[in-house]
Structure formats: C-alpha cells, structure tokens
Design a protein around this ligand. Structure first.
Ligand code: FAD
Length: 409
C-alpha cells in the first residue's frame, strides 16, 4: 500500500518523518531529496563550517543508518517533477512514478538571483547548499592566495555572517546594502546601528544605501568587481549575493494547491488538499487575522514539521509558539524572539558598549519581540514571557534592577 512520501530531505522533511514515527505511524515513509547529500545542518555553512572551525562530519543532521533504524527510506539525488493529485502519484525526474497516501512538501527555498547584467559570471555566488558553501570556501581560499577582496551584496543575516567569516580569515570585505540600515526589516534602528559599528570595527567596508548597477568581469570572464550606480567599481575576486530567498512552491502551484509566495498552510501545516501537508521555508502560514506569515528558520521548519506529521495522523497540533532565530557574527550571538514588525517603541537592557544586552520591541504597551546579543538568559526568559502573553512595562524591561522573571509567577 502507498505510504507517506516527503519531498525534501532538509530540516522540515526530517522532523516530519521522525514525528510520524514517534506519533505511532507504522506505514512506509519515503523521503526524497534532490541534493546529493543526506540531511545536513544549514546554519553552520555560513558560520563555523565556513570559518574552518568544525569538520564536514559535524554538518550531518541524520546519518543514513539512523534513518534506516527508524525505517525511514531516504533517496538522495531524486527530483520530484510533478504531483498528480487525481491519482495521488508523484512524477520523478527519471520519469518513474511513486504513489502516496499522504504527501509532505518540505521543499525549502531558493536564493533570489541578482537581476543584473553579469550576475551569472563565475565567482558570483549565492549560499544555500553544502555544495554552494564548498564553492564559496574554495573561492575564499583563492582570494586569500591572490590577495583579492570579497564583496557581499545584501546586508542580511547570511551576507553578514559570510562577511564576518571572511574578515576572520583576513580578507578585505565590502558589504553593499541597498537600504539605509542593516537588517532594517527585523532589527530596531539602535541595533542596526550597533551591527554596522560591529562590522566596521572589524574592518568591513560597509556601504549603506548602495545602488548596485552591474557585475564587472575580467579577461577570464570571471567576476572582477561590482559597479555602482554612480559609476564607481568595487573590486572583487568573489561576490556573495544574499538578497533573500523565495519559497519553493512551484510543484504545489502546478498541482493547483493554494499558494501565495509560499504554500499556504494553516497552523497545523495543512494545505488546501487534505492528503497534502507542508512545512518549513516553502510555506506561508495563515494567521488568525487572515494575514500570511513566512518564516525561514530552523525552529519554524522543526515545529511545522511536527504539526504537519500530526495533521497527517489526524491530530491537531497547531504551531503557535513564539518564533525564534539566531545569528553568529564574530564573537557575538544574536538571539531573536517574537515578531518585531509594527513595533513603535524600544527599551534596552544591559550594556551595548560592552556587547551584552537585549533590545525589547514594544507595540504600544505590549512587548512583542526582543533581540539579545550575548545575553542568552534574557532570550530564554523573553520567550517565556511572550509564550505566556505577559508584558513588562518599557521601564521594567530597560531596568536591570527589575527581575523580569517575577512577572511569570
Ligand atoms: P531546506 O533545509 O532547504 O530543505 C529543503 C530540501 O528540499 C532541499 O534539500 C531542496 O534541495 C529539496 N528540494 C526542493 N525541491 C525539491 C524537489 N522538487 N524534489 C526533491 N527535493 C527537493 N536558520 C536559523 O534558524 N538560524 C540560523 O542561524 C540560520 N542560518 C542559516 C545559514 C545559512 C547559510 C542558510 C542557507 C540558512 C540558515 N538558516 C538559519 C535557515 C534554515 O537553515 C532554514 O530555515 C531551514 O533549513 C529550512 O528547512 P526546510 O526543510 O524548510 O528547507
């Protein structure tokens, strides 16, 4: 009999497969991934792995034996080309078919391409996969040898992490960000400024409000620099493009599932087809107020995976916990909790100059999010406050003498 098939062998795919087993599902589980590798951790690709601080073996999320022990069949190097919902069958890259009783879409996201002339030149690279990371690492090594600079286009998390890693390796680095501040969509202005200073302090040349016009290439056809709108050229032996991702919802769209910049799911990971669930970066979650939320994080992939598994087993397990995320740059660990959009007031607790502090986001009188730098205790506590719907006042949040944990009793 047809069992459950999971498309995508990443964070969400693995979490769904394991939650199906721990939820008591005894039928067959087949996980299909188009990459040549088994499941691995993406976050270290721009951090510890690229910096040479961990070995490739530490990227492995689940070894094949571990999946086999749970009777989860992993097939790597397999691309799903289409979903035939009328017969509940998948069409694979080699033309073969695979029936499903339940289907999980965990297809992730794809880096947005730079819409500029020259952006397909060798040495202009995006970072999503292990193979991308290896290509970038090789190019970084070549830049060190040839004393050539690195340019990062896009001051988002991945771009800034790569910039920090490249600086650690001693490379000259320029970050070009189109917006007037770093991470403007998520961070409070005061924290954007702090991150700008952090990078400048580590020797990064940071250009805010930068208008990139074209990629310049050398005699060998490879990248030689980035041309700005004012005609100036920033030289580069490597350009890393980190300008955001788009959800991989093409399969779902072609099959007629509801999609809106992501596969539309409810809090339980259900799509518009009752035998298909979706989890992770490929989704857009419908919130209670009708709006759609796209999150690209390990926690989101993990929690939606668990919810999606439960939904396939006929159980309600909505994902409603406070969203959280982290980013490592230099010796600073940023931990974010909650959703900061719509914030209209902030409070800072701790010492920004010393680099150990938390910025609390308020909407009116209500705490909605907090970003902690090297302050894990603050981060864990604020997740509890947000989960409980308990808000300190702005004065309490900013007062290190006030015990925020006392609000939880
Ligand atoms: P993925 O992990 O992308 O897995 C999807 C898989 O499906 C991919 O292997 C894809 O190739 C495959 N696939 C797609 N279409 C098909 C198809 N048709 N057939 C077969 N296979 C298919 N998050 C954090 O919370 N903290 C961090 O610090 C952090 N750092 C990051 C650093 C980097 C460099 C990157 C790239 C991401 C980072 N993230 C971080 C984000 C996090 O890794 C993602 O949110 C998470 O991996 C999403 O999991 P997923 O399973 O939805 O997608």
């Amino acid at each position: 009999a047809a069992g459950i098939v999971i498309v995508g062998a990443g964070q969400a795919g693995v979490m769904t497969a394991e939650a199906l087993r721990s939820g008591g599902y005894e039928g067959s589980i087949t996980m299909l991934g188009d990459e040549p590798h088994g499941p691995y951790h993406r976050p270290p690709l721009s951090k510890a792995w690229m910096a040479g601080e961990i070995a490739a073996a530490q990227l492995v999320m689940r070894a094949p034996e571990m999946l086999a022990r749970k009777n989860i069949t992993l097939r790597t190097g397999v691309t799903v080309k289409a979903i035939d919902r009328s017969t509940q069958t998948l069409i694979l890259g080699d033309g073969s078919t695979l029936p499903y009783a339940g289907l999980v879409l965990a297809t992730g996201s794809t880096p947005r391409a730079l819409p500029l002339p020259g952006s397909d030149a060798p040495g202009v690279l995006a970072l999503r996969t292990r193979d991308d990371a290896s290509t970038i690492a090789d190019r970084l090594a070549a830049c060190i040898e040839q004393e050539r600079p690195v340019v990062v286009i896009g001051g988002g998390f991945i771009g800034l992490e790569v910039a920090a890693t490249a600086r650690k390796k001693g490379l000259a680095v320029t970050v070009l960000e189109a917006a007037p501040r770093l991470l403007g969509r998520v961070l409070a202005p005061v924290l954007s400024d702090w991150y700008a200073e952090l990078h400048r302090g580590h020797g990064v040349q940071l250009m805010l409000g930068a208008q990139v016009a074209a990629i310049e290439t050398g005699a060998d056809g490879a990248v030689s620099g980035v041309k700005l709108a004012d005609g100036s050229v920033v030289p580069a032996g490597l350009v890393v493009v980190g300008i955001g991702v788009s959800a991989n919802d093409q399969l779902a769209q072609a099959a007629g599932l509801a999609c809106d910049r992501g596969i539309v799911v409810d809090a339980c990971g259900r799509t518009s087809d009752s035998s298909i669930v979706a989890a992770g970066d490929c989704t857009a979650r419908r919130l209670a107020d009708g709006s759609l939320l796209r999150l690209e994080s390990v926690q989101n992939a993990t929690e939606q995976g668990k919810s999606a598994a439960a939904a396939l087993l006929g159980q309600e397990r909505p994902f409603t916990a406070t969203p959280w995320f982290w980013s490592d740059q230099y010796d600073k660990k940023l931990q974010m909790a909650g959703l900061s959009m719509g914030a209209d007031g902030w409070a800072v607790r701790g010492d920004m100059a010393a680099g150990t502090f938390t910025v609390y986001h308020f909407k009116g009188e209500q705490l909605i999010a907090a970003d902690s730098v090297n302050a894990s205790k603050d981060h864990l506590l604020v997740r509890k406050l947000l989960d409980a719907g308990v808000s300190p006042t702005r004065e309490q949040a900013g007062d290190v003498g006030f015990d925020l944990a006392s609000l939880l009793v």
